[in-house]
Design a protein around this ligand. Structure first.
Ligand code: NAP
Length: 506
């Protein structure tokens, strides 16, 4: 089973020990990144394994391999020797591992490591993609049989990531570490057991003065408790969410919390994807059971589906897909999630007699418009690109307009509720308001589908104007309940909802 390794990139030994203590209960191994230490501190590394009280990897990474060390090979070898010198009979006081690059050949160093039980991790880093020769390279890079081979590669596409899973299947006999760096490779860190990796690396979030040792590393607590990466086995169901850039999704928190609570052998993984076909190739490779689909792929996914629900066919947007081993089917749960959330805020069973404005005309707006129509409401659709507003509005005989002052008069009478469906106001442009010209009257119910931040600039302005406001978190949970049912054919445990809200700061 893969171990979890905490990368320590503090500037001092004392700082690293402090961080280690904070994360000790989540990890199995620590990696001392000597290249991140202040120069004076580098002379004190020999004592670190004893001070740490946990198996430690000694690593001095050069700049060309993604590290900070640029004092030349002579001084790097001398520092490595210092770390391995004066080995003690009690192996817990020695470094448990030393990371030596593929091209480093210093027999004295290797012999010293072996004599005192320090295992060698023989590594290479490739920031230019996934080379064609990796299987051969992994097989040939060991100097002696007991070395652990490691390849850390930067995929250019999700297709590259799929190849890494195939490489893992072809090298099952090797004791190895395989990692795809960067956002596209996050799944390889969580699914380290699927790759047969000896360990997976993690870096703390929220330790302001330390850097992530490598791009894409997750926080150790999330790896251990949220993703339960140690328990991922051959039979674990893999689910996830894909989108781009997929930076602010709360779905992994929702699903993994439920899996954990219900003791379901499943993990929900974020798959940031810059192309949908690459994602679907990876999905087949890792036997993904199902996925949530988010911005910008809700419409683009439809041609890849062999079966779609009536709602997906009606609105042309899908946010949930399921693979039955042969084909993909898709449903849309944003629809019910949205209407249940707004009906609950308005304390109603339908929208008859009410007039709404939808801001935006993308995938989410399609789900919103469908529900307003189904529940007998009337609607005005306003969008930056007016043609898109017109196309959506025509479908339901709604009114439409541009997102500008010219629409204000009409909006005045379509203001029982205003539903903001654009990404405007989310990270990084937290101060942005999609329609600053609109003066709130105070009588409107204002819903923003964004839930992170909790209150967008638009919602804050509505609240200050006396309106009833609601963000998209309630909708997110409500639609996730339908996804959960679709994925696993089980009912969502409603008693967990307060805990999810607390976690999300809602
Ligand atoms: P989408 O299909 O990409 O549509 C984006 C919409 O926003 C389009 O109408 C677009 O207008 C508009 N827009 C984008 N940037 C804009 C800007 N700078 N100024 C004005 N308008 C802008 O995205 P989506 O799938 O509909 O998702 C939209 C938002 O809803 C996202 O933030 C998503 O996270 C959120 N959402 C939340 C939930 C939930 O459960 N709470 C569910 C679904 C979606 P143009 O047509 O002019 O480009």
């Amino acid at each position: 089973m893969a171990k979890l390794c905490l990368c320590l990139t503090g500037k001092t030994i004392a700082r690293n020990l402090e961080i280690l203590d904070r994360y000790r209960s989540f990890i199995d191994i620590a990696e001392l990144r000597v290249d991140h230490l202040d120069p004076d501190e580098r002379f004190s590394i020999r004592m670190f394994p004893e001070q740490a009280g946990i198996p430690v990897i000694l690593t001095i990474r050069r700049r060309i391999d993604g590290g900070l060390f640029d004092n030349g090979e002579g001084s790097r070898v001398s520092l490595l020797s210092k770390g391995l010198a004066f080995a003690e009979a009690d192996r817990r006081h020695n470094f448990a591992y030393v990371d030596l690059e593929e091209d480093l050949e210093v027999p004295g160093l290797e012999d010293a490591a072996r004599t005192f039980g320090t295992r060698i991790i023989r590594s290479f880093h490739d920031f230019d993609g996934v080379g064609d020769d990796i299987v051969k390279r992994l097989r040939n890079m060991r100097r002696v049989g007991d070395e652990i081979v490691k390849a850390a590669v930067m995929p250019r596409t999700l297709s590259d990531v799929s190849r890494v899973y195939r490489i893992a299947a072809q090298t099952k006999d090797l004791e190895k570490i395989l990692i795809c760096m960067g956002p596209l490779g996050i799944n390889t860190r969580i699914l380290a057991n699927r790759l047969g990796s000896h360990l997976s690396y993690a870096s703390p979030s929220g330790e302001g003065d330390t850097e992530k040792a490598s791009p894409g590393q997750l926080d150790p607590r999330d790896m251990a408790e949220l993703y339960r990466f140690r328990s991922v086995g051959e039979k674990t169901k893999i689910l996830g969410v894909t989108g781009h850039p997929l930076k602010t999704t709360f779905s992994p928190m929702i699903f993994n919390t439920v899996f954990n609570h219900e003791k379901i052998d499943a993990v929900y993984v974020p798959f940031p994807a810059d192309d949908l076909e690459g994602f679907l190739e990876l999905a087949r490779e890792i036997k993904l059971l199902g996925a949530s689909i988010t911005v910008p792929y809700k419409e683009e996914i439809i041609p890849f589906l062999e079966e779609t629900s009536d709602v997906v066919s009606a609105i042309g947007a899908c946010n949930t897909i399921l693979f039955n081993g042969e084909k993909w089917s898709g449903i849309n749960t944003d629809t019910s999630g949205f209407s249940e959330s707004l009906l609950s805020v308005m304390n109603r069973k339908h929208f008859k007699g009410l007039k709404f404005t939808i801001i935006g005309a993308g995938g989410a707006a399609k789900a919103v418009a469908h529900e307003i129509f189904r529940l007998k409401g009337k609607c005005l659709v306003l969008n930056r690109g007016a043609v898109r507003a017109r196309d959506l509005a025509h479908h339901y005989h709604f009114k439409w307009g541009g997102l500008d002052s010219g629409s204000l008069d009409l909006m005045d009478s379509y203001s029982d509720a205003i539903i903001q469906t654009t990404p405007v106001g989310t990270f990084p442009n937290l101060e942005s308001d999609p329609f600053p010209q609109y003066p709130f009257k105070g009588s409107e119910v204002v819903m923003d589908l964004i839930y992170n931040p909790q209150r967008t600039a638009f919602l804050k302005r509505a609240q200050a104007g006396g309106c009833t406001i609601v963000n998209g978190f309630d909708m997110l949970v409500r639609q996730a309940k339908y996804q959960y049912q679709f994925f696993l054919d089980r009912d969502f445990p409603d008693q967990l909802i307060p805990r999810l809200k607390l976690w999300a700061g809602q």
